[in-house]
Design a protein around this ligand. Structure first.
Ligand code: AFP
Length: 342
């Protein structure tokens, strides 16, 4: 147990109290996201059991529909976000279009101030192997003045995020969040259903000994500099702390979380198959970039800061180089000093 026994909600409220003009709306919204993630966590934990018992068809023993977990996660988040009344739109990796939210949920407020992007269940192809998966979210203030949110509200640069975070469903369920005042991690105590502060003011080591990349794509990467970088990481060179260790789960939240705690550089580059990279700018790269920068790390697409990229569409992809600052700077040098193959 953390010595101060601080729940997520108390932590959010205490941070809010230190901002004179805060209205409490963002705090409520974060609490609603946490609630949705608790529900998803329960279902993720039950997934193995459901599988073992053979309830994998369209209905379970009670005759209820058994939804695929990623659809369940999407639906749960949308329902709770809608009911929160603080959002004018949500955009999800699971949905082609953004979802404008009805004014009837605004309650007594003149308008809902925020929009939220989420990747409901990142790494979902790993579920059946019992590998950690996660939910990623990010929150922006709306640009439009009133009514349901617009596409323009949804297509904002990452630097305009007011909060971001993720929940990792692993050996325990952990929520990591930032509102631009440091990064804090909370572990879910399933017996009382509360997230408790367990990682205070998280900082990623400036230099690491670990790289995370799908090296099976080595021949497909379209940058010789990246191949040289990875080759060099494997050479024995004690003065540079090399060779580095390779760690790659194939579940972004899991790879990112490990690197945040111990240091590391995560890379998903552009390659011949994914000319713009595989990961999504709005649902994956921006929220994790906000967190990593708040933790003292760095996030780029190889050419510019992730959070400065102007989004042109909701499902835009981007190459991603993210993690310990000095390691990301190293790989940027390799990328710029070598010719790019088409
Ligand atoms: P899934 O959600 O389809 O499992 O994809 C996961 C993911 O978007 C991200 O979480 C991983 O880092 C990345 O893809 C893994 O991609 P590769 O399998 O191409 O290495």
């Amino acid at each position: 147990m953390h010595p101060k026994f601080v729940t997520l909600y108390r932590h959010i409220i205490e941070q809010e109290r230190s901002i004179p003009k805060a209205t409490g709306e963002l705090s409520d919204l974060l609490a609603d996201i946490a609630l949705a993630c608790k529900l998803i966590s329960l279902e993720v934990n039950r997934a193995g059991l459901i599988d073992i018992l053979g309830f994998t068809g369209d209905t379970n023993v009670q005759g209820e529909e058994v939804k695929k977990l990623d659809v369940y996660a999407h639906d749960t988040l949308v329902k709770l976000m809608e009911a929160s009344g603080h959002l004018c739109a949500v955009a999800s990796e699971e949905s082609e279009d953004f979802i404008p939210l009805d004014e009837k949920y605004m309650g007594k407020r003149a308008m809902s101030k925020y929009i939220c992007h989420f990747d409901p269940l990142d790494g979902s192809s790993n579920i059946e192997a019992n590998i950690s998966i996660g939910t990623i979210f990010s929150i922006y203030k709306r640009i439009s003045k009133s009514g349901p949110g617009t596409l323009e509200d949804c297509l904002q640069k990452g630097i305009r995020q007011v909060a971001a975070g993720y929940v990792i469903y692993g050996s325990s369920t952990i929520l990591v969040k930032t509102t631009g005042r440091g990064v804090f991690g909370f572990t879910l105590d399933p017996t009382v259903g509360e997230f408790h502060l367990s990682y205070e003011n998280m900082k990623i080591p400036k230099r690491s000994k670990t790289y995370s990349i799908n090296e099976g794509n080595y021949e497909k990467w379209n940058n010789d500099g990246l191949r040289k970088y990875v080759d060099d990481l494997k050479k024995i060179c004690p003065e540079k702390g090399r060779p580095y260790s390779a760690r790659y789960v194939g579940s972004l939240v899991a790879d990112f979380h490990r690197n945040l705690l111990y240091g590391g550089v995560f890379i998903y580059p552009a390659d011949k198959k994914n000319q713009n990279g595989k990961l999504r700018l709005l649902y994956e790269a921006n929220p994790l970039a906000f967190i990593i920068e708040q933790a003292g790390g760095r996030a780029t697409n190889g050419k510019c800061r992730i959070m400065e990229i102007e989004p042109k569409n909701l499902h835009q992809r981007t190459p991603l180089y993210i993690g310990s600052e000095e390691d990301v700077l190293d790989v940027e040098k390799y990328l710029s000093s070598n010719e790019t193959k088409s």
